[in-house]
Ligand binder design. Structure first.
Ligand SMILES: Cc1ncc(COP(=O)(O)O)c(C=O)c1O
Length: 410
């Protein structure tokens, strides 16, 4: 037990303490107090995470204000997933994704994280294995461990960032309960194709037969409405029946503090009536009332009409890609998400992020803590002014880095 947590055995179950203390790459990064405190100083240009550096979307506040006014008694009583909200989600899935899911198969949650937590808690327990693709969203490992299961990480292919289907197939054992898929993928921005999902479905079907029990697919589709160049973004749940589609509106509205999302069951999922009732029960008192707030459910109809302005986001992506490439950076062009993955001029991405931070007040998220060493990630949720200020600094930092490299010959 480390010094800092010495008092914890009085209040925390030992297994949970062990999980908290097991160091993930992201945990080590967040312990770097200097980096984190510098980031919050005035004048810093923060590109690390997906918090928006602009005012909320036009109409967002009005939707909340309008729906905050009670229209009847009981407006703020205990609420489960509201039928009218589920209907709006069902229509939105059809309109934006071409997916047919009936309202009864939709379960409202407080964002993607809660949907993922419900699926993991329901499916997996002590010593089960859950496969995830690396680099992962930084929350996955601890979420899997927190239900007692072991995360089994499979790196995506290095050049294409596509799923490594062969390695996924090889990693399935009798302990495998589920696989977690994230498309568009944070941080690579990769959208996995229909043929990838078809092959993945075959692998899972085969392995399920081999072990005599279904291996479930949990699909994190939180970025599914942030797609560039009008590309198609398919859901793996449309290829494999034993799947849970998990979504949250945090990214779409760029307002992750005001939370709503859902779990949806594909039409092909067997035993849907039983699963509906199960999720309904678990979501309630068993899992600590994991239903979303009444207000966000009322507001969803108006919020669904908001325009994220993907053209503006894409213009930011194109500007940053072009300018960084012109400076000599190697930039991965994302198909979706609002992240840019850039090759670090130094192999040690943490050291380069530190150089940017300390000498230029520019903050990026290094690749090592995200399990993609040699890169750093930038969030396009920065505003135009920040980008304008940061671009010459990126240029100067790269030049400085290359000079130091040639000086030391390393
Ligand atoms: C891949 C991925 N999944 C889930 C989340 C959490 O989403 P939410 O805020 O909807 O819970 C994030 C947030 O960054 C993410 O990038």
């Amino acid at each position: 037990m480390n010094q800092e947590n010495a008092f914890l055995p009085h209040v925390i179950a030992p297994k949970l303490l062990k999980i908290i203390e097991s160091q993930t790459p992201i945990g080590k990064f967040y312990k770097k107090a200097t980096y984190m405190s510098l980031k919050n100083e005035p004048g810093s240009l923060d590109f690390t995470i997906g918090d928006s550096h602009e005012m909320p979307l036009h109409g967002f506040v009005e939707a909340l204000q309008k729906n905050a006014i009670p229209q009847k008694i009981g407006w703020y009583g205990y609420k489960v997933s509201l039928p009218e909200t589920k209907k709006i989600v069902s229509e939105a899935l059809k309109k934006h994704r071409g997916i047919s899911i009936v309202p009864d198969d939709i379960f409202m949650t407080n964002g993607t994280i809660v949907g993922l937590a419900i699926c993991l808690k329901m499916l997996a327990e002590e010593d089960d294995e859950v496969i995830l693709n690396l680099p992962p969203w930084f929350g996955y490992r601890k979420m899997i461990q927190s239900v007692g299961a072991n995360p089994i990480g499979i790196p995506v292919k290095p050049q294409t960032f596509d799923l490594d289907l062969e390695k996924i197939a090889d990693s399935i054992t009798e302990k495998t309960r589920a696989i977690l898929i994230n498309s568009p993928h944070n941080p690579t921005g990769k959208i996995f194709s229909a043929s990838t999902f078809e092959k993945l479905a075959n692998i899972l079907t085969e392995a399920s037969k081999r072990y005599g029990k279904p291996i479930y697919l949990i699909s994190d589709e939180t970025f599914s409405r942030i797609i560039f160049d009008n590309q198609e973004c398919l859901s793996p749940t449309q290829f494999y029946p034993y799947s849970f589609l998990v979504y949250g509106y945090s990214k779409t509205w760029m307002a992750p503090g005001q939370r709503i999302g859902y779990i949806a069951l594909p039409e092909t999922m067997p035993n849907r009536p039983e699963i509906r009732s199960l999720i309904g029960q678990l979501q309630g008192l068993y899992f600590g009332w994991c239903f979303p707030s009444a207000l966000m459910q009322y507001a969803l109809e108006d919020l669904e009409k908001l325009d994220l302005n993907l053209d503006k986001l894409q213009a930011k992506r194109d500007r940053m890609v072009t300018e960084l490439q012109n400076m000599g950076y190697e930039v991965n062009i994302p198909q979706g998400t609002f992240f840019l993955l850039v090759k670090s001029p130094w192999e040690d991405d943490g050291a380069f992020a530190e150089l940017l931070a300390t000498n230029y007040q520019v903050f990026v998220f290094p690749g090592t803590p995200q399990e993609i060493p040699g890169y750093f990630r930038l969030s396009l949720t920065a505003n135009d002014e920040m980008i304008t200020q940061a671009l010459p600094k990126f240029k100067a930092a790269r030049e400085e880095a290359l000079k130091i490299e040639s000086k030391t010959g390393s």
